[in-house]
Design a protein around this ligand. Structure first.
Ligand SMILES: NC(=O)c1ccc[n+]([C@@H]2O[C@H](COP(=O)([O-])OP(=O)(O)OC[C@H]3O[C@@H](n4cnc5c(N)ncnc54)[C@H](OP(=O)(O)O)[C@@H]3O)[C@@H](O)[C@H]2O)c1
Length: 320
């Protein structure tokens, strides 16, 4: 028997096992998504079950715009009071009034800038006082202004991206998880991004911070889920928000790129039902097919998408 024939069978068996495990994982994820999205249609009580399951107060970071604001509205729709945290006092006040009038829940606003690191977390804790937080949504995130090479990104922007995307998520979890543990219940949602699925040239640091969130959240779940705490990792693909203001292509909301309200409507339905989710059904399909290809191919495709977005952005900027 030739050496290569000797190895063929074991290698084929290993390959088959890997494919079966991958398919089982993906099918399980699809089944969980179907359950999360369909159950409110057949079980109307599901609409209020987050309130019953976790309690009356949620805190959402980055909640005066985009996904954070829409997520806060979805929670308020279910009777949950919301603490809104962003930088701008005026926008906070306006958003809080909007939510109170529309959903008849209580709100609290806290102005804090997460690029300031632990200082922002301390401000949040101080302003909250003894109010217990039952659901913590670490949504705030910072992205490049447009796709850039590392040396083009202003130094302060890079530091802010790391402070906000890595520092704030980590320190906010640390600040609230012990109380949740003592109460034996709670939920933490850490918002990552589809960019975590591979290295992403021209958004190098942003994607790396999101890969951190993925790893951090999975390990945190292992540490704390035994205390009755749900720890969810939410990884959207493109959503039409001002974060993508650099590209007109990413603002055509629709089938693949929902607006924040449409996205949050589905994302909240997955809370308490899925530990990991893209939060939106077409994003789930994109995640499924992305994972089929090798990482080097995803990196190559991601780089080309970003090169094209950069070209469009620079062309438009030069026209103005
Ligand atoms: N949009 C997408 O395509 C997409 C895709 C994947 C993942 N995500 C992730 O989803 C999350 C939300 O993104 P988004 O697109 O909804 O963002 P967005 O529309 O840009 O909204 C950002 C929110 O965060 C607040 N904020 C910004 N910087 C802050 C800071 N330093 N401290 C405190 N608050 C701050 C903003 O209010 P103020 O300016 O008033 O502070 C605003 O309320 C992020 O983690 C992002 O990485 C987004």
């Amino acid at each position: 028997m030739m050496m290569s024939e000797y190895y063929t069978l074991p290698l084929a068996v290993i390959g088959l096992i890997v494919i079966i495990l991958f398919l089982l994982d993906s099918i399980w994820n699809i089944l969980q998504t179907c359950r999360a999205l369909l159950s409110p249609l057949f079980l109307p009580a599901e609409e209020t079950s987050l309130l019953k399951k976790y309690g009356p107060w949620a805190l959402i970071t980055g909640s005066t715009d985009g996904i954070g604001k829409a997520y806060a509205c979805e929670l308020a729709k279910r009777g949950i009071n919301v603490v809104l945290v962003s930088r701008n006092e005026e926008r906070l006040k306006k958003t809080a009034e909007e939510i109170e009038t529309k959903y008849m829940v209580k709100t609290k606003t806290i102005a804090a800038d997460f690029s300031l690191g632990q200082k922002a977390v301390d401000t949040v804790k101080e302003k909250l006082g003894v109010l217990p937080i039952n659901i913590l949504v670490n949504n705030v995130g910072k992205q490049y202004e447009y796709p850039m090479y590392l040396s083009e990104v202003p130094e302060q922007d890079l530091l802010d991206i790391i402070s906000i995307n890595v520092g704030a998520v980590t320190m906010m979890c640390r600040a609230f998880i012990e109380d949740m543990k003592k109460r034996g219940s709670g939920a933490i949602v850490n918002v990552s991004s589809g960019s975590e699925l591979q290295p992403l040239p021209l958004m190098t640091v942003y994607a790396a911070t999101k890969a951190y969130i993925k790893s951090f959240t999975a390990a945190l779940r292992f540490e704390y889920s035994r205390y009755g705490i749900t720890i969810q990792h939410l990884a959207p693909f493109f959503v039409d928000t001002k974060m993508n203001a650099f590209s007109k292509k990413l603002q055509r909301n629709g089938f693949l790129i929902p607006d924040a309200e449409e996205y949050a409507k589905y994302a909240v339905m997955t809370l308490g039902k899925m530990d990991e989710s893209s939060g939106y059904w077409t994003h789930g399909i994109q995640t499924f097919f992305t994972k089929f290809s090798p990482v080097w191919l995803r990196t190559y495709v991601g780089a080309h998408i970003n090169l094209n977005l950069r070209k469009d952005y620079l062309l438009n900027r030069n026209k103005q």
